[in-house]
Design a protein around this ligand. Structure first.
Ligand SMILES: NC(=O)c1ccc[n+]([C@@H]2O[C@H](COP(=O)([O-])OP(=O)(O)OC[C@H]3O[C@@H](n4cnc5c(N)ncnc54)[C@H](O)[C@@H]3O)[C@@H](O)[C@H]2O)c1
Length: 335
């Protein structure tokens, strides 16, 4: 009991589901929760009376007893909380996005480099979706032949979260960092490839009469090093349920994701029926990466989303945002 790693979680929205995720690993225990809202503070005190409950994140970030900090605060707080946590020798699991600006990511990268024993990961959860794992396996078995085009859109389906919630109240919000990051990571992970250049356009037609002042839609063409072309759209204003589209085109097969099933086409004629892929989608809970995260600390297990993955994905997202603002192609600078 005494040797268990102690966990503190900041932000009790999606962060509440981190509790259950950590509880799956017998080598750690959640000892502290933080939320600066009165309602959540009250809820935590009632629901988790055996834990330390606080409204001040420093009570977790500076607590010398705590080994792991899980950050699920609003996006604009991630950077400062990560820097403080790493500075106080804590492992960090952070909700996406890692941070809001490239300069912040550079600083976090430097801090990690100077303390390589600390683990950092981010909740890029699509890597654990059974259906996408199945597709990755098909790619590795070369069922697709040679890949040449992949597309994946992040259809948010919850427009009110950007027009009425905290996202629209921030001084800056990027739908690329806040949502697109998931599908960028999906394409990088599926292909195991590098994206070298991006070209993005955006608009805010869906939310122009709301308080949300940023583009709610960003579409990007992605140029991979090998010649593969990709496309992602971060579509936060769509009249469509929450969904991650995915299409993978290779010389021998094509996969298209649907709600209940995916379809794998291995023929160019109408008469040949595609194979129906019934692996669950999304089939993941928000805390599903935490068992592996704790295992990486205790048993040095390979991280499902390691620190390089986090920076690789963020680097592409920074280039996408930059390209949209400059209206020209931008080469990806890997941090
Ligand atoms: N991985 C995913 O798929 C996924 C899904 C949803 C949200 N998220 C991320 O999780 C984070 C939180 O989003 P959410 O949807 O849970 O929001 P939310 O509004 O539902 O909950 C956030 C909670 O954190 C508290 N909070 C925010 N900043 C705080 C701070 N500095 N100190 C203490 N408490 C703080 C708020 O009071 C609120 O209760 C965001 O970064 C978001 O991008 C990730």
């Amino acid at each position: 009991m005494q040797n268990k790693l102690k966990v503190g979680i900041i932000g009790m929205g999606v962060g509440e589901s981190h509790i259950e995720g950590f509880q799956r690993h017998s080598g750690c225990e959640v000892v502290a929760l933080c939320d600066f809202s009165d309602d959540k503070f009250r809820m935590c005190n009632e629901k988790y009376p055996h834990m330390k409950i606080t409204m001040n994140d420093d009570d977790i970030l500076q607590d010398t007893e705590i080994d792991i900090v899980s950050i699920a605060s609003y996006d604009n707080y991630h950077y400062e909380q990560i820097i403080k946590a790493l500075g106080n020798e804590k492992h960090v699991f952070v909700e996406k996005p890692l941070c809001m600006y490239e300069s912040e990511a550079i600083e976090i990268r430097e801090q990690i480099k100077s303390n390589p024993d600390l683990k950092l990961s981010s909740n890029l959860i699509l890597r654990q979706s059974p259906r996408f794992l199945y597709v990755k396996n098909l790619i590795e078995e070369e069922t697709f032949g040679e890949l040449y085009y992949l597309e994946s859109d992040y259809n948010y389906g919850r427009i009110n979260k950007i027009t009425d919630g905290w996202r629209g109240k921030l001084n800056f919000y990027s739908v690329v960092y806040g949502g697109g990051v998931h599908v960028v990571d999906l394409l990088l992970w599926l292909t195991g490839e590098t994206i070298v250049e991006v070209f993005s356009y955006g608009n805010n037609i869906s939310t122009k009469n709301s308080r949300f002042k940023y583009n709610d839609f960003v579409v990007s063409i992605l140029k991979f090093k090998s010649g593969i072309v990709g496309k992602t759209a971060c579509n936060m204003g769509c009249a469509f349920p929450h969904f991650h589209t995915l299409a993978v085109y290779g010389t021998k097969a094509t996969f298209v994701n649907g709600f209940d099933k995916g379809l794998l086409f291995e023929s160019r004629t109408h008469n040949d029926k595609p194979t129906v892929i019934t692996e669950e989608y999304p089939g993941v809970e928000k805390g599903d990466l935490l068992l592996n995260f704790v295992d990486s600390i205790i048993n040095n297990k390979q991280l499902i989303v390691d620190v390089d993955d986090v920076f690789r994905t963020m680097s592409v997202c920074f280039a996408m945002e930059k390209s949209m603002n400059l209206s020209k192609a931008v080469k990806v600078t890997y941090l």
